[in-house]
Design a protein around this ligand. Structure first.
Ligand SMILES: [Fe+2]
Length: 281
């Protein structure tokens, strides 16, 4: 279903992430072996790529989200974003990524994490037998409401679903940049940090295939299989060597542009309708 996008909204999808690690090469080798991504040393960074998925690892603290890079389709989208950032007095920074063409727009979200929106450069495809497209990133924030206000009111994402506790306080919010249920989400937590990132595969059988693949690699599934409430996606989670939480999901909900914002209770069943779930706060 084609989404109707107004002038204050942004059509965007997650393209790549930069993560810091005490040992970037160990992470690069892990994603090569387990996720079929080809590592390449570029300066001080490791760029790990397969078709539809890319992670960049740099030296630094573990579990650090250096930046999240979102794809837009044309320069007009970037012009609109830059205009909204100026209207809200949000400073821009030089783009930190070589994977986007010149003209990418970079700025910091309220928790200080760099966000980049740009048009990807063309690279030769790197096919793998295991399809999974980098699809969303989720952060925890000490002020989730502020993050949501910024990512919707300034950046131009749209809210798909909100999770509220018994007092009506926002605990989680799922936001979309196209017709997929979410490309960015935020949990309310004691401190701001990366929560997890997700590769979207095709269907239930592909979740099975990833599970068998991880079994052959002696990589344990840490959570799942299960099904999220908001987004309705099937999922499994593994840990990488830095204990980053890596999700493989499938069948993420496609939502119509006029979908009313959904409200879910803050309980385990919302995070996993099939069983147990770790509440973030
Ligand atoms: Fe997720």
């Amino acid at each position: 279903m084609k989404q109707v996008i107004s002038g204050s909204e942004l059509r965007a999808s997650l393209h790549h992430l930069q993560l810091s690690s005490p040992d970037p090469e160990i992470l690069a080798r892990f994603y090569e072996a387990k996720l079929g991504m080809v590592p390449q040393r570029v300066g001080d960074a490791w760029v790990c790529r397969a078709t539809d998925r890319c992670l960049i690892f740099t030296a630094g603290k573990p579990n650090g989200l250096g930046f999240a890079a979102y794809r837009v389709h044309d320069a007009a989208a970037l012009d609109g974003l830059a205009r909204r950032l100026r209207q809200h007095d949000v400073a821009t920074e030089p783009s930190p990524t070589q994977l986007f063409a010149p003209g990418a727009v970079a700025f910091r979200n309220p928790d200080g994490t760099l966000m980049v929106f740009g048009v990807p450069r063309e690279f030769p495809p790197i096919d793998t037998a295991m399809p999974a497209r980098l699809q969303h990133v989720v952060v925890a924030s000490s002020d989730a409401e502020r993050m949501v206000a910024f990512m919707t009111g300034t950046v131009g994402l749209r809210i798909s679903d909100r999770v509220l506790d018994d007092e009506g306080v926002l605990r989680t919010c799922f936001m979309r940049g196209d017709d997929e249920h979410h490309c960015f989400a935020v949990f309310q937590a004691a401190e701001s940090r990366l929560d997890h990132y997700c590769f979207e595969s095709r269907d239930w059988n592909s979740i099975r295939d990833w599970g068998d693949h991880f079994a052959a690699q002696h990589t344990q599934i840490e959570w799942g299989p299960g099904r999220h409430g908001p987004g309705n996606n099937l999922f499994i989670f593994i840990h990488d060597p830095d204990k980053n939480w890596v999700e493989i999901s499938a069948e993420l909900e496609i939502v119509p542009s006029d979908k009313p914002v959904g409200v879910w209770p803050h309980e385990e069943r919302t995070l996993n309708s099939w069983g147990r779930a770790p509440l973030r706060s």
